[in-house]
Every structure is written in structure tokens, then in C-alpha cells.
Design a protein around this ligand. Sequence first.
Ligand SMILES: O=C(O)CCC(=O)C(=O)O
Length: 288
Amino acid sequence: MALKLRRLSYALGAEVCDIDVSKPMGEAQFGEIYRAFLQYGILLFRNQDITREEHIDFSRRFGELDRHDSLPRDRRADHPELLMVTNEPNADGTPSDTRYTGRQWHSDMSFTTVPSLGSLLRCFAVPEVGGDTLFANMDAAYDALSDGMKKLIAGLHGIQLSGTRKIANEESGVVRAAEQRRLNPPVAQPIVRVHPETGRKALYIGEKVKRFDGMTEEESKPLIDYLVRHATRPDFVYRHQWRKDDILAWDNRCTMHQALGDFDETQLRHMERTTILGTPSGYVVANG
Ligand SMILES: O=C(O)CCC(=O)C(=O)O
């Protein structure tokens, strides 16, 4: 049966309707899903009241899963393939380490030399209002640049840092950021990347990029800021309003995203993410 798709926005994204991802799925049906994933950059599956194992099994159809060794504090002890994004306090009452995950424009695992192919985020609980996530189409953002700008950025590499969360000022956040940086030395990634499956060029920028390799921060910042601003123009962005049991799958090779803090922090927001391993890219820099 042909896949029933509903577009989410002009910029990117489609909902796959009337599907239960925990049910057995043949190669042909998954092939259709994967083609839609490549075409739309984001796929939404609603009403997926499934187990953690089923989330993991479905994610494995997209590729080999990351066990999150570069983010050991954030993974579930019982399922290392699942990364927590939650404001639920720890058992001892201390605040969750992952409550501010994703509060800056980024593409998953860009700070490693094996950036992610894609991620599947499952929503367990959302606040009454807000807690939305923004996604930007980085193919469209690249295409819209002038030829002059495309030429200027063609050979540039951006140095991506881990542990750069905007809100990490209390002690646990500072300790966490230091650990992250120890585990993940700075990595330079091309500012323009070619999608290994679609062949399309995409901007590979975000708020984890500190400077361009071979340039100072002061020299780099205006262009980094411009490129992030350009890529996140409303024309290129989809804003997702979560419902419980949504699963959103995104292609990290041609999108970036940001979790918003537009909600009452006393209400529970709980997400769990699988991360699909991508192909090697970039190089470690000694003087990040
Ligand atoms: O919680 C969200 O909405 C997004 C989390 C995020 O940025 C991530 O998992 O990479």
C-alpha cells in the first residue's frame, strides 16, 4: 500500500499517516519511508505508543545506532542507544543534566568525526503549551546563497565544539561541559557538505561553530553569525509542536534544529532519542 504523506511545511517535513512503526514492515514499505525521509528531511509519525525496544528496532532500519559514548551522562543506563532529553529531576532530587539539551542551532554529533545520519526523537510528555522544536532546511539555505558567497565558503571548515550549551551556569552544567570537552576534542567540519545519498549541497553551520579553521574567532564570527541567521530565516524553518507519542525522524545531513525553552519549566517535558551513525567527516584540531 502506498505511503500516505502530509506535508508539514513548505520548507521541509512530512507526516507519515496511518502507520504503526512497531508492526512488521517489509523492505518495500521501509524503502518508501526512507525515500520520503531523503526527500522531506523530516518525517513525523504520530500516536506511536510503543516500547523503548520498538523505538530502537524501528530506528535500526535507518542504520547502525550510536551508543552515545561521546555523551555518556545523557544516555539511559538500561538502553545506551537512547539519549535522554528531559527536565524530570534525578532520583536524588537534583536537576536533570539534559533539561537544556538542544537549546541552540545544531546538527547532531557535528562535534565528532562521525556526525549522525539522522535521529529519531520520541515524545513521552510535553508541557501544556510550548516546548516546540525548530528545524531548518540546510539544502534550501545553501541554494539561496549568492554565487559569490558560495565561492567564498567553498573551502572553509568550521571548528565545532562540544559542551557549548547556552544555559550551563550552575555547577552540574559546568562540570558536564568540562567532561564533554575532554571526551570530544574540537573537530573541523566542512561548511558546505555534500549529502552522500542525494548528492545535494547543504550548509553545515550552527551555534557550535566557534571559528573557521585557519582564522581567528574575531575574523570568523561575522560570517558564522550571518550564515546561521540566513539558514534560520522563517522561509527555511518548520516549527514542530509536540504531542505525546510523536516520533520525529530527521536527516542531520541536510537539516539543523533547536529545542525552544518556550514553556513552563515546572511542567514535565520528556523525550528520548536514538541516533543513527553517519559516515566519517571532518578532522580533529589540536588548537581548537
Ligand atoms: O528536545 C528537543 O526538542 C530537541 C532535542 C535535541 O536538540 C536533540 O536531541 O538533538
